[in-house]
Ligand binder design. Structure first.
Ligand code: AMP
Length: 386
C-alpha cells in the first residue's frame, strides 16, 4: 500500500484569518504552513509557522518546496513576492487578481466596467491635484491612500475645504509613493457585504448578504442574512460573479457595498476571507474558511445557505469577559490569542438563533451582561427590537 500524503496549504500572513483557515483545513485532512515576519503571529498557535519577511527568498524557496498550494491571509503581500511564488507553486487567488484589489484605482475602475457604480472619485498625486479634486467633488470627502490601506487606515476625512492642508500633511507623503484618491463621502443608508467563492472549475456561490456597522472605519457588528434587502441579493450575487469571472478569481473574496437610494455602490474588494464573513463559521452550512480551502485545493464547494440568523460582535483592542457568551445558547466565542492593543482585532463572538425574535433576545442579554449595549444597539434596531 502506498503511503498517504496529506496536501499542504501554504498561507502568506499569520493573523486570525490564517488561524481560522488552518482550523477549517484540519477536518478536510489538509495541513497548513504559515509564513509571517512576526514570531508571535497568532496562526502559529494552531499551525506550523515559518518566520520570514516577504523579501527573504531563501526562506520562501524552502516554503514553496513544502506546500502544494499557496494562498493569502493578507492582501498587501508585495506583488513581486506573489509573482515569484507563482513561478514555483500554484498560488490562488492569482497574483494578477490580487494586484487589482491592492490598488483602489484599479479596483474602482473594474467595478465600473462590471456595472457596479462607485462613489465619485479623483486620483490625487500632488497638492495641486488635491485642490482640483476638491473643487470637482466638494466636501465632505475622504482622502485615501491607493495602496496598503485597510480598516480605515490611510484615510483622512475632509469636512470643509480648509481641511485640505491637514489632509495633505497626514497623507501627502504617500502621494509620491503610491498615489491617493479623493472620494465623495457617501451618506449611505446601510453598509452591506457579499462574500463569494469561486472554485478552480468555475463553480460559484455567494453567502447571504451581511449587514455591517463600522466605528472609526473598523467593523464593529455584523448581521446576516441582512434583513429587508429586496432584490439586492440577486444584484450583489450577479455583480460578484461578473467580477470573479473577469479576474478568473479562485477562492473567497468580499465585496464591501454601500446602499444609497436603494442602489448598491462598490466601496472595496477584499481578495481573501473577510471579517464580515466570520458569522459563516457557525451560521452557514459551509464557512467562508472551509470553502476557501476547498476552492484553492480544487475540492467541491460546500453549500453556502444560512442556518437561521447570526449576529457578530467584533472585539477590538481587548477581549471582554467570555463567560456571558460561553453560557448563552448557540453563542460562539473566538479568542485569536493576540495581545491587547488599541484598535487591534483580538476576537469575535457570533450569536445564532432560528429567528429575529430569539436572536434579539440572546443578543440583548449578552450585550447587557458584557456592558456592550451601545455596540449591539444598531443590530437590535435592525432586528426591529430596539
Ligand atoms: P474602507 O477602508 O475604504 O473600507 O473604509 C472603512 C469604512 O469607512 C467603510 O466601511 C465606511 O464605513 C467608511 N467609508 C469609507 N469610504 C467611505 C465613503 N466614500 N463614504 C462614506 N463612508 C465611507
Amino acid at each position: 500500500m502506498s503511503e498517504r500524503r496529506q496536501p499542504v496549504l501554504g498561507i502568506l500572513g499569520g493573523g486570525q484569518l490564517a488561524r481560522m483557515l488552518a482550523l477549517a483545513a484540519a477536518p478536510l485532512g489538509v495541513n497548513t504552513l504559515v509564513v509571517d515576519s512576526a514570531a508571535d503571529a497568532c496562526a502559529g498557535q494552531v499551525a506550523p509557522l515559518v518566520v520570514a519577511d516577504w523579501a527573504d527568498y531563501a526562506a520562501l524557496e524552502a516554503f514553496a518546496a513544502r506546500v502544494d498550494v499557496v494562498t493569502f491571509d493578507f492582501e498587501n503581500v508585495p506583488a513581486a513576492t506573489a509573482h515569484w511564488l507563482a513561478e514555483r507553486v500554484a498560488v490562488f487567488p492569482a497574483p494578477q487578481a490580487l494586484a487589482v484589489a491592492q490598488d483602489r484605482l484599479a479596483e474602482k475602475t473594474l467595478f465600473r466596467e462590471c456595472g457596479l457604480s462607485t462613489p465619485d472619485f479623483r486620483t490625487v498625486d500632488t497638492r495641486e491635484e488635491l485642490e482640483q479634486a476638491l473643487a470637482a467633488i466638494g466636501v465632505p470627502a475622504i482622502l485615501k491612500t491607493r495602496r496598503l490601506g485597510y480598516d480605515g487606515k490611510g484615510q483622512f476625512r475632509l469636512m470643509q475645504l480648509a481641511d485640505a492642508e491637514a489632509a495633505w500633511a497626514a497623507l501627502g507623503a504617500q502621494a509620491c509613493r503610491h498615489g491617493l484618491i479623493l472620494e465623495a463621502f457617501v451618506p449611505f443608508e446601510r453598509e452591506l457585504s457579499v462574500i463569494a467563492v469561486r472554485g478552480r472549475d468555475g463553480e460559484f456561490h455567494t453567502w447571504p448578504l451581511t449587514r455591517n456597522w463600522h466605528v472609526d472605519g473598523v467593523l464593529a457588528m455584523s448581521l446576516a442574512p441582512a434583513p429587508d434587502i429586496g432584490q439586492l441579493q440577486q444584484r450583489a450575487t450577479a455583480l460578484a460573479r461578473t467580477l470573479a469571472e473577469r479576474l478568473d478569481y479562485i477562492g473567497v473574496f468580499a465585496l464591501e457595498l454601500f446602499v444609497k437610494d436603494g442602489e448598491l455602490l462598490g466601496n472595496e474588494m477584499a481578495p481573501r476571507v473577510h471579517n464580515s464573513g466570520h458569522w459563516t463559521i457557525e451560521g452557514a452550512h459551509t464557512s467562508q474558511f472551509e470553502n476557501h480551502v476547498r476552492a484553492v485545493l480544487g475540492l467541491p464547494l460546500g453549500e453556502t445557505g444560512a442556518r437561521g440568523l447570526s449576529a457578530m460582535f467584533n472585539w477590538i483592542g481587548g477581549l471582554p469577559a467570555a463567560a456571558p457568551v460561553l453560557r448563552a445558547v448557540d453563542a460562539h466565542w473566538h479568542d485569536y490569542g493576540k495581545q491587547s492593543r488599541p484598535g487591534r482585532k483580538v476576537g469575535h463572538a457570533t450569536i445564532c438563533a432560528p429567528d429575529a425574535g430569539q436572536l434579539a433576545a440572546r443578543l440583548g442579554g449578552i450585550a447587557a451582561a458584557l456592558g456592550r449595549a451601545a455596540q449591539a444597539a444598531p443590530v437590535l434596531q435592525a432586528l426591529d427590537r430596539p
